[in-house]
Structures are given as C-alpha cells and as structure tokens.
Design a protein around this ligand. Sequence first.
Ligand SMILES: NC(=O)c1ccc[n+]([C@@H]2O[C@H](COP(=O)([O-])OP(=O)(O)OC[C@H]3O[C@@H](n4cnc5c(N)ncnc54)[C@H](O)[C@@H]3O)[C@@H](O)[C@H]2O)c1
Length: 353
Amino acid sequence: MEKTTEFQPHPVFYEESGQSQLESFIEFHSKNDTQVIVLADNNTVEYCLPLLEQKTPWELPVIEIPAGEKNKNLLSCNDVWHQLNELQATRNSILINLGGGVVCDLGGFAASVYKRGIRFIHFPTSLMAMADAAIGGKTGVDFQDLKNIIGTFTQPLAVFIDTEFLKTLPYRQKVNGFSEMLKHGLIAEESYFHQLAEAGPEEVSPEMIRLSIEIKSSIVIEDPFEKASRKVLNFGHTVGHALESFSLENDQDPLLHGEAVLLGIKAELLLSEKMRLMNSSNARGLLSVIEGYTPDYKILQDDVEHIASLMLHDKKNIGNFPAFTLLKHPGMPVINQHCPKEMIVETLLEIGE
Ligand SMILES: NC(=O)c1ccc[n+]([C@@H]2O[C@H](COP(=O)([O-])OP(=O)(O)OC[C@H]3O[C@@H](n4cnc5c(N)ncnc54)[C@H](O)[C@@H]3O)[C@@H](O)[C@H]2O)c1
C-alpha cells in the first residue's frame, strides 16, 4: 500500500512597520536547547541584518556566505555545516535564512539535512525570494553547473515578509523578482499580469507580493511534491533553467535567474503559439508586454544544440524529452508538453537573435 505523507503548509507572516511577530513566534517554538542562528550573505549582512536585529531582543550568531548564484553550491553548505558544528547547534536549533533566493534555497537545504533536519525560518529580502523562492518548501543547491540538482522538499517553520528590505535592493534585482510575478499572472490570473505590467518593478506593492504568494501557495498546497499540477509553476523555466545554466558556465556577467526566466517565458509563449495551443494575436500581445523587461541575449548557432541538451536535465522531465509547461491562454497552463527538437532549436534562435 502506498504511504501518504501528511503535508503541512507553512504560515506566512506579513510584518508591519515597527511591529514584528518574530520574537513571539520564536519564543513559542523554542525548547530548552534551542539556539537561533542567522544565515546571511555578505550583502544581506550589510543591508538587512540591522533591520532583523531590531526585531528580536537577542544577539543572534550569524553565519555569512558569499553572495551570488555561483556560491549556491555544496562548498557553501560545507561552510554552513562547519559553523553549525562550531556553534554547537542542536537538533532543536532554528536557522533564520535572511537573504534572497540563494540564501533561502541553500539555507533550507543545509538545515533540512543537518542532524537529519533542523527547523528553519525564511526571512526573504529580495523581491524574487519574497514573491516566490521562500514559498513552497523547495530547497536546493546547484551541482556541476546544473541548477538546483541537489535538494529536498522541506517546508520552513514559517516565512516572514517585510517589504522594508526592498529599499536597498538594486533595480536589476527588482526586475529579476518581477519576472516570477509576471509568471504568476500568466499561469493564474490575466488581470494580475496586466496590473503588474502597468505598475512595473519599481512600483510593486505589498498587496501584489501577497497575491503572488497566494497564487504560488494555492498551487503548492494542491501538489506539494510536484507529482503533476505544481508543474504549472515551471512555465518559462524549462528554457529558463537551461539558459541560466549555460550562462553560468559561459558568461562573465551571467544572466540572473529571473532574467533567464523572462527569456524562457518569451520562448515558451512562442512554443505555445507554434504548438497551436495559443492563438497568434494572444501570444503576440503577451510577448509585447514582457519585451520591455526581457534582456538582450545572443544565442549562437554553435551553442543552440548544447542549450537544448541542458533541458534534458530538467527534473520535471518524463523520459528523455523536455516536458514543457505551455499556455493555452493566461490562466490556462498545460503541463507535460513535448515539442519537436527542431521547433525548440528554431525558438531558441528566435529569442536569441
Ligand atoms: N525554491 C524555489 O521555489 C525558488 C523559486 C524561484 C527562485 N529560486 C531560486 O532563487 C535564486 C534567485 O534568488 P534571488 O534573485 O533573490 O538571488 P540572490 O539570493 O542571489 O539575491 C540577489 C542579490 O541581491 C542581494 N540582496 C538580497 N536582498 C537584498 C537587499 N534587501 N538589499 C540589497 N541587496 C540584497 C543578494 O546579496 C544578491 O547579491 C535562484 O537560485 C533560484 O533558483 C528558488
């Protein structure tokens, strides 16, 4: 008989200025030997730690890792585990991941296997992490140039959202997070997509972040372990992850995750049109909206086969074909779509002109 795993969705707390719920939450979840430890990167130590410190009366030990996707790897995990040992962290310790998607994914993973799993709280500080990465319980690191190839499904104890952190986030990083929000609109609610496009990344409101969190949470609750319906969140990501991996391998200033996802959304809208799932006028209209935020990225004929082959490593594939999530219409995604190889190559060359 198949065993079912009970799924407990994590709570999300929205912080209001000057009023934090963190202290009472931690007190409620503390045991005798609970140590609360902060994980941050060098930027969030500088820009975000002072605000976090105002939220609790305690002086919390901090583990610092170097910022950036290139450090989202087992080497950084090694450092985290080493320092958890140095701090004599127990199984009842709680790790607060204070940072963007890299700190949340890596910290979540490191915590999920340390002493067979310690509890962790996500305190996301980038738009990407607030609206997407901190939500839903996927943890992981990159390995051998492949994105998120080592990881676990482990839910955080809670996620705390404070949009005050966004004040120090650079514009490029705002566009980066905005891309996943556009995706939420495209897969779930057309009016939200247009509302976002009208506002732009600088004018994202706390309500918009809350809506993205609600869209993602409602999808994750239906299918926490990504057996099927959660794959709708993969829209833009089959191409996006392949481009991100390729760019990490080859570029001096690699594409950010959200930039690669925007290129992926562009490609997967084109594929939706080519597969005759979406009518042309609809696809062209949506493409013109995202065009303004999509980076220029040249894809050479010589590289296109390699990029297409990177799609074969996507964890959501079935068998030896990339399994795309495509759209019939905004709000109507279809999962597990197989596109002919020539169509994929043609589309990559089209977006990389
Ligand atoms: N687990 C998931 O479901 C999920 C979903 C989407 C993305 N992700 C992952 O998230 C990662 C991308 O996240 P990201 O875009 O936040 O990247 P990131 O964590 O690298 O953060 C971006 C940069 O902004 C800095 N930063 C963060 N907050 C700041 C602040 N408030 N002020 C100033 N600087 C700040 C960081 O130090 C970093 O240099 C990718 O690895 C991606 O795979 C995971």
